[in-house]
Design a protein around this ligand. Structure first.
Ligand SMILES: Cc1cc2nc3c(=O)[nH]c(=O)nc-3n(C[C@H](O)[C@H](O)[C@H](O)COP(=O)(O)O)c2cc1C
Length: 372
């Protein structure tokens, strides 16, 4: 058994949140896995203006404070979304707030945007950029610098949220965008986390109108005539399918570059077996796959290729990543499956995806998008 398989099993013995902390600490020490080889050419794809070498991304919530994006890029992810970051630091909800539903290969979390805030997030991204600018003639064989060296071309996104006690939540997104402008490769406007009361109301027509209007106004000022950083919108799997057309239209009207589908669900499918299913919060992992793919398919129909889609929810193997692509996603993200399968999963999915594309006669990912 490989070192990482043993480490994944050991970490699983700890309570869920302690295990996550230990993982982040190990990654910061440079003890993470390093994926060997570059992704097959067929997997490179352009999504929302980003050139990805691999369409498999790390979903938001794993690296809330931008501590280990390079370690995760070195592990093989084609892009890493850090955050959710809120303007002010926040401790989040009372513990315990993270639960493994092992029998269902699922996770429930009600973290509540625990994070160190924009200032700490920004400092880390600045340090990363400084290193990149200086390091072109340096090399490191081990440790965090090794990860940074290997991942210099990697794509890192910043997922923005609002503070729980904010009197003007829309302003929080604008604050995030302004503070971090020029640092990440893309932004995600997260209005779909179920653990900040009222946040998902921003998916409503009027609320979204105001939000996207203010964001696009700020974006125009920040870009100042230059090409803008891509901005994505992340939605919940619990929206009514009848809202999909309207959300797609609004996202397009305000120049969003992609829609990420989806966040966690507040639903509890009847299939759940694990006793922890009674915990409140957002459910992710295997039981989310079907619903998030159904919503993705609806967005694919509504958008007719006019806006790029990123599929998230319950992906734990190559077949599921491929199913998301056939349903309309140009790229995918995952998080919960890492808890059960460890980071070796990324390369496994990559290999399987390339095999499936070839078997179906598709030369590239882009050729397979929405073909089911
Ligand atoms: C512990 C945990 C924390 C999360 N935190 C965030 C977050 O801060 N922001 C966000 O947009 N999504 C967050 N998510 C949702 C994931 O990004 C993803 O959308 C969801 O888990 C579905 O993917 P999965 O089934 O592969 O985990 C979180 C998920 C988990 C499991």
């Amino acid at each position: 058994m490989s070192f990482y398989k043993v480490a994944t099993r050991l970490v699983r013995v700890l309570p869920a949140e302690a295990a996550h902390k230990t993982t982040i600490k190990s990654l910061k020490l440079g003890l993470g896995p390093v994926a060997i080889g570059t992704p097959p050419k067929a997997l490179s794809v352009k999504v929302g203006g980003l050139d990805l070498k691999s369409p498999i991304g790390l979903a938001a919530g794993f690296d809330k404070n931008a501590e280990v994006p390079d370690a995760m890029l070195a592990a093989g992810f084609g892009f890493v979304e850090c955050g959710t970051v809120t303007p002010k630091p926040q401790i989040g909800n009372a513990k315990p707030r993270l639960f493994r539903l092992t029998q269902d290969q699922a996770v429930i979390n009600r973290m509540g945007f625990n994070n160190e805030g924009l200032e700490a997030f920004k400092k880390r991204l600045e340090k990363r950029r400084l290193y990149r600018d200086r390091s072109l003639d340096r090399g490191a064989d081990s440790g965090p610098e090794r990860d940074l060296d290997r991942s210099l071309g990697g794509i890192v996104g910043a997922n923005l949220g609002a503070n729980k006690d904010s009197p003007d939540r829309v302003a929080d997104y604008v604050t995030g965008l302004t503070a971090l402008w020029g640092l990440p490769d893309y932004f995600t406007v997260n209005i779909s986390s179920p653990n900040t009361p009222g946040l998902r109301d921003l998916q409503g027509e009027k609320e979204m109108e105001e939000l996207l209007d203010r964001i696009s106004e700020a974006r125009a000022i920040l870009a100042d005539g230059q090409a803008s950083v891509p901005i994505f919108l992340k939605v919940a799997p619990d929206i009514a399918l009848s809202d999909v057309d309207r959300i797609t239209q609004q996202a397009r009207t305000y120049g969003m570059n992609a829609i990420i589908i989806s966040n966690t669900t507040i639903e509890r499918p009847d299939s759940l077996k694990d006793p922890q299913k009674i915990e409140g919060g957002g459910l992710s992992g295997a039981p989310l796959f079907e619903r998030s793919t159904e919503v993705l398919r609806a967005f694919s129909l509504a958008s007719a290729g006019k806006i790029d889609l990123i599929g998230v929810g319950g992906i734990s193997n190559g077949a599921q990543a491929y199913a998301k692509i056939l349903a309309g996603a140009k790229a995918v993200q995952l998080y919960s499956a890492l808890v059960y399968k460890g980071p070796g999963l990324v390369k496994e999915i990559e290999r399987d995806l390339a095999t499936r594309l070839k078997a179906d006669g598709f030369a590239t990912i882009a050729d397979a998008v929405g073909k089911c």
